[in-house]
Write a protein that binds this ligand. Structure first.
Ligand code: FES
Length: 116
C-alpha cells in the first residue's frame, strides 16, 4: 500500500494559488482551484516541461467569432507548446494517449496529504 505524505497546510495554498512540493525525487504541483485541491506531476508528457507553471482555465468552445462558451473541465496549459490537460484526470485534450500523472489527496486536520 502506497503511503500518504503530508505536503502542506490548507492555509499554505490560498484559492487560485499553487505550490510545488517534492516527495522523494518527484516534483508535484498542488493547486487550489474553485474550492478543490488537485495534485499533478510537474512534468509534461510531451517534452518534459515544468507544466505546473502553466495557465489554468476551463475548456473554451466557440460557435462564432467573439462568442466564447466555457466548458466543464478545468485544464492546465503547458507553458512550452500549449497542450492542454484535464487537471482532474491528467488526460491530454488533443492526444488521449498522453496524460499527466495525477495524485490522490486526503485532507485531515488542516493538512493536505498526497499519496504516491
Ligand atoms: S512540453 Fe508540454 S506541450 Fe510540449
Amino acid at each position: 500500500m502506497m503511503p500518504f505524505y503530508p505536503v502542506a497546510k490548507i492555509t499554505d495554498i490560498n484559492p487560485g494559488e499553487r505550490k510545488i512540493v517534492t516527495i522523494k525525487t518527484i516534483e508535484i504541483g498542488l493547486f487550489n482551484v474553485e474550492g478543490k485541491f488537485y495534485a499533478i506531476h510537474n512534468y509534461c508528457p510531451h517534452m518534459g516541461a515544468p507544466i505546473c507553471s502553466g495557465f489554468i482555465n476551463r475548456t473554451v468552445n466557440s460557435n462564432s467569432p467573439g462568442n466564447y462558451i466555457y466548458g466543464e473541465k478545468l485544464v492546465i496549459r503547458c507553458p512550452w507548446h500549449r497542450w492542454e490537460f484535464d487537471l482532474e484526470s491528467g488526460e491530454c485534450l488533443i492526444d488521449t494517449y498522453k496524460r499527466i500523472k495525477t495524485f490522490e489527496l486526503s485532507i485531515q486536520d488542516e493538512w493536505i496529504y498526497c499519496k504516491l
